[in-house]
Design a binder for this molecule. Structure first.
Ligand SMILES: NC(=O)c1ccc[n+]([C@@H]2O[C@H](COP(=O)([O-])OP(=O)(O)OC[C@H]3O[C@@H](n4cnc5c(N)ncnc54)[C@H](OP(=O)(O)O)[C@@H]3O)[C@@H](O)[C@H]2O)c1
Length: 236
């Protein structure tokens, strides 16, 4: 299993949990020190590579060298993401969110899809969000980026079905989960412990689910959210 964005939060905990369950895991991120610490902690079942997902061609070739080092890849978890980001202007901040959450995602998703096509099987897991179910005035590019990746994954799921390819596409939609991303943010509720969230994520990956709501209660809430008329959502 390769986890893109394994240096903190959900990705880091998922790497730890998966290694403890016997998986060979490859982790990436920009913070190489964190990856080295994980290697020391987890031993030689954990491989790592420094990667910035916004350096598109470099990130694609880093993915291939990590696959080579590990002797193959059956599952990729595209977890790297940012919400608000310090930048010189609102437009620059919004662009950065799009670069990481959409462009970085698409580049590696496409590369992994081709790899799995050649191999004949595989599983693509994308870290979307409940936030992708509607626009959010507090995080416009973030909510839109998560809507993009969920729709994108649905389209690829259709493509896999048409091609009769043995490739699973799992769309993970967490509510709030404890991590650096939400540190200091106000007005959050039902914040899940990271360990609990990753236990549920790995279970859903193993069950090859198309949709994974984290924690479980969000499946029902998501169903209600989809019924809310736009004129109500527009006034939230
Ligand atoms: N926490 C929540 O409440 C929540 C809810 C729904 C969805 N999510 C999603 O879950 C995913 C993980 O978030 P988290 O909450 O665990 O936050 P986090 O602790 O901030 O982790 C984000 C991860 O993304 C990586 N990343 C960010 N920018 C990158 C870049 N340019 N290149 C490569 N890697 C990059 C980070 O690695 P480096 O900084 O080392 O590069 C880090 O490993 C995100 O996609 C997020 O949108 C989180």
């Amino acid at each position: 299993m390769i986890i893109i964005g394994a240096t903190s939060g959900i990705g880091e905990h998922l790497a730890r949990h998966a290694v403890n369950k016997g998986y060979t895991v490859g982790g990436t991120g920009r913070r190489i020190d964190r990856l080295k610490e994980l290697r020391e902690e987890l031993g030689n079942q954990f491989y790592y590579a420094e990667m910035d997902v916004t350096h598109f061609s470099e990130s694609r070739s880093t993915l291939h060298s990590l696959i080579e080092q590990m002797g193959g890849m059956d599952i990729i978890v595209l977890n790297a993401g940012i919400s608000n980001h310090p930048a010189s202007s609102i437009i620059a901040m919004e662009q950065k969110v799009i670069d990481v959450n959409i462009s970085g995602f698409v580049q590696l998703f496409g590369e992994a899809f081709l790899y799995f096509r050649k191999q004949g099987h595989g599983q693509l897991v994308g870290m979307s969000s409940i936030a992708g179910l509607f626009g959010s005035s507090r995080a416009a590019p973030y909510s839109a980026s998560k809507a993009f990746i969920s729709t994108y994954m649905q389209a690829y799921r259709q493509r896999c079905n048409k091609l009769k390819a043995d490739i699973t596409v799992t769309d993970v939609k967490p509510g709030f989960v404890k991590s650096e991303m939400i540190e200091g943010k106000k007005g959050l509720f039902w914040v899940a412990e990271t360990e609990k969230a990753v236990r549920q994520i790995l279970k859903d990956i193993e069950k090859k689910k198309s949709y994974s709501y984290i924690t479980r209660r969000w499946r029902l809430i998501a169903w209600f959210i989809k019924l809310i008329p736009n004129w109500v959502i527009d006034r939230i």
